[in-house]
Structures are given as structure tokens and as C-alpha cells.
Design a protein around this ligand. Sequence first.
Ligand SMILES: [Zn+2]
Length: 89
Amino acid sequence: MKGKLSKNDAMEFEISGVEFDKVKKFKKDHNCSLPDAPKRLQKLTGEKKRQGAIGGQYSYSFTPTSLGTAVSVRCACGNERNVTEYESW
Ligand SMILES: [Zn+2]
């Protein structure tokens, strides 16, 4: 996780490497209370998209500190996980 100031003084954050893997793992293995919603919708609409129709299921937060940026991912079901790769600090 690297936070940097761009030319336009905007803040940019990216999730990559180990953190991205942790996000993928979280999406797959957290005890989600909303697992059937996309499937149900898929049956109704016959679409193969899993999340596109709903969207916004996951949100991310970035907390810059003097050492590095802490990252966490939160699902709409309320589960949240810290995915910060402290070893890169
Ligand atoms: Zn969930």
C-alpha cells in the first residue's frame, strides 16, 4: 500500500500485492450474511454477473499514519477486515 500526492494535489491510494490477495480472500471466506442475494438476482434475471447488478458491496478505507497507510475492507453485511501489509512499512 502506497499513498502519494499526485500533481493535482489529489490523494491516490492503491491496493496491490499481498493486500490485494487479502481483499480477495476476505471476499471469498468471510462469513457473509448476504451470499444469496447475487445468486437470487442471477436466477431472476438470468444474468451471469455476480455483483455488477448490485454493486457497492465492498468499501475500502485508507488511514495514513506516519509509518504507512492502514487499509481495511468492509462488506455491506457488516464484516470488516484489516488487510494492511505491515511488512511493507
Ligand atoms: Zn459480507
